[in-house]
Design a protein. Structure first.
Length: 87
């Protein structure tokens, strides 16, 4: 895990949600969210999305997570099953 320097802007160019995770927990080098056990793949009818189970979630696309984002310090290797959610 890499701890960020105080006052240093974490991960410029990424959305605030993942930057907040980097700020709170640091980053994990050479790992991506899609390979983390906390990365939840969700199927709602014919639509698919992903969320981080350790971050704030809602049904809004605004809290969707991306597999290619750099992993935070809470990264744990693994893959959660895809979860079906009723519409
Ligand atoms: S590495 Fe895992 S815990 Fe951290 S933001 Fe990505 S999915 Fe969430």
């Amino acid at each position: 895990m890499t701890v960020l320097e105080f006052g240093k802007q974490p991960s410029p160019g990424l959305p605030r949600m993942i930057r907040d995770m980097h700020l709170a927990y640091g980053t994990t080098e050479l790992k991506q969210c899609g390979d983390c056990v906390h990365f939840q793949r969700i199927r709602v009818g014919n639509t698919r999305c992903a969320k981080c189970e350790l971050a704030r979630q809602s049904r809004s696309r605004a809290t969707d997570w991306r597999a290619h984002w750099r992993a935070c310090g809470k990264f744990e290797t693994g893959r959660a099953d895809t979860r079906d959610v009723a519409t």
